[in-house]
Design a protein around this ligand. Structure first.
Ligand code: NI
Length: 173
């Protein structure tokens, strides 16, 4: 088990574009395992590699509500193929933006192509929480965060608040 340290706002790496994976090797497989360990450890339902500081297009998800029935999903190089016109709204949080929950409107259904953890090409139509979560994580791969859906003023306020929280933990002796 290897729980990685989470990268949080305002770290610049969260704004970078993640690189596609060409071949699935030992390093990537270990990273996928670490991402699951880190996500479950923090009680998250989704995590992108960039959130542990690695700019690779890998996402892990588990939107199952029951701890006894885990449904781990791994998406490598995910690409959105189709989005529904119908929208849905969830209150979203993000492991990289502590204590912040925002109502975000996104297409209700999305179709995504991706490579799974065994290297197989797949396509999946998702709706509900899975669709929202997947779109949230794909945003991470492109350097986009939930605070980007807000006006600039609100966004700056949140970044300021989070920057202060960071420094308040520092001690000078
Ligand atoms: Ni997030």
């Amino acid at each position: 088990m290897s729980v990685k340290e989470l990268i949080t706002v305002p770290d610049d790496i969260l704004r970078k574009i993640s690189e596609p994976i060409n071949t699935l090797q030992v390093n990537e497989k270990k990273l996928i395992k670490d991402l699951f360990d880190t996500m479950y450890h923090h009680n998250g339902i989704g995590l992108a590699a960039v959130q542990v500081g690695i700019l690779k297009r890998i996402i892990v998800l588990d939107v199952s509500k029951n701890d006894n029935e885990k449904k781990p999903l791994c998406f490598i190089n995910p690409e959105i193929k189709k989005l529904s016109k119908k929208m849905s709204t969830y209150e979203e949080g993000c492991l990289s933006i502590p204590n912040t929950f925002l109502e975000i409107e996104r297409p209700e259904i999305c179709t995504v192509s991706y490579i799974d953890e065994n290297g197989d090409k797949k396509e999946m139509e998702c709706d509900g929480l899975l669709s929202t979560c997947l779109q949230h994580e794909i945003n991470h791969l492109d350097g986009k965060l939930i605070i980007d859906y807000l006006s600039k003023i609100k966004k700056d306020l949140i970044i300021k608040k989070l920057s202060k929280q960071k420094t308040s933990n520092r001690v000078v002796v």
